[in-house]
Design a protein around this ligand. Structure first.
Ligand code: GLN
Length: 337
């Protein structure tokens, strides 16, 4: 669970920003419209004017990258490439599209993440559907996928690789692993039925529904009855890891719009790690791996939690693109289980 928006890799605190109220949606051509309302509406319904208006609006509401966001949203609504907005700046835009654009820009001004507006998030070069039911996939989570793929190459070719993903969210980890590994059998668990519905959309989109068993419940509990005790090659999880105290300091995009349940894990942020680590050994094959994404400064404590069980000895820590330890990989003792 990586608490950031599309721009940043690490949790960001809310900065001092213009906290104006959202722009009005009143009809600007209304003769009673005030100057203020005219200001919040494009002069002409053509591409360049719409963008100009949106940039101004987003800038006034403290959005960091107003032009980029304005262009991405318009190209999404017009179903064109961003470059087309530059090639055809005078292209007329239909009134219903102008209204949709105005609503979308208003949502962005209210700090709805861009990805929830476009319903698009890229993960390992795959396009994932996202909405407010799930966490937006983050680039550092790609390292979890990479770690599994790297280690599965050492398994005999014909092995069916059993993977358990706890907290599947949008399905980014499970679906990507199903796509990249021919012989993976994946159990994708989430406590939120809403999240599972989104993960299924993505599994279908990428043609891997038959490789993933979606289960609703708390950590390993829904695995009972599948006969995979002591047979799992990889347990992967990007669990909630923010402490309830830190939650209030997150960016508005995150704290006001992403699912709380996917972000926060008790008072210290370690509740889910402890919960997963307590039972992991019963499901892993001896020599199997547990791979976690963790928050800043959590790598060493999580490694210690794993080693304190007595089941895990070899723990590796991997840095993210910002050189912060964010991935913990631990192998279960070969003699255990
Ligand atoms: N597995 C999803 C992700 O990595 C969801 C994680 C979560 O909900 N905490 O983005």
């Amino acid at each position: 669970m990586p608490p950031k928006t599309h721009e940043a890799n690490t949790p960001r605190k809310e900065s001092q920003q213009n906290k104006n109220s959202p722009p009005s949606l009143r009809n600007p051509r209304d003769e009673n419209a005030t100057e203020e309302i005219k200001n919040v509406f494009p002069d002409k319904n053509i591409v360049s004017c719409l963008i100009h208006w949106a940039v101004r609006m987003l800038h006034e509401h403290g959005i960091d990258s107003p032009r980029l966001d304005a262009e991405i949203i318009l190209s999404h609504l017009l179903n064109c490439r961003r470059i087309d907005l530059y090639i055809h700046p005078d292209k007329p835009v239909e009134l219903h599209e102008v209204i949709s654009y105005q609503k979308a820009i208003q949502r962005r001004a209210q700090r709805v993440p861009l990805q929830y507006i476009t319903h698009h998030a890229e993960f390992v070069s795959l396009n994932f559907y996202v909405d407010e039911r799930v966490l937006i996939p983050r680039p550092e989570t790609e390292l979890v996928v990479e770690a599994v793929i790297k280690r599965s190459q050492f398994l005999p070719k014909e092995t069916e690789i059993i993977i358990v993903d706890i907290g599947v969210g949008s399905g980014n980890i499970a679906v990507t692993l199903a796509k990249k590994s021919d012989n993976a059998r994946i159990f994708a668990i989430d406590i939120s039925p809403d999240a599972l519905a989104v993960a299924r959309i993505n599994a279908q989109r990428h043609g891997v529904l038959d490789k993933i068993t979606f289960l609703c419940g708390d950590t390993f509990q829904p695995l009972a009855g599948y006969g995979i005790e002591s047979k799992v090659h990889f347990i992967v999880s990007n669990p909630p890891y923010i402490s309830s105290a830190e939650f209030g300091d997150l960016q508005r995009e995150v704290k006001d719009h992403e699912p709380y349940i996917a972000l926060v894990s008790g008072q210290d942020g370690y509740q889910m790690f402890k919960h997963i680590i307590a039972d992991a050994h019963a499901w892993l094959k001896p020599g199997g791996f547990i791979i976690f994404e963790v928050g800043e400064k959590q790598a060493q404590p999580v490694a210690r939690l794993l080693e304190d069980t007595g089941y895990f000895k070899k723990t590796n820590l991997i840095k993210d693109h910002q050189h912060i330890y964010r991935i913990v990989i631990s192998q279960m003792e070969k003699t255990c289980g």
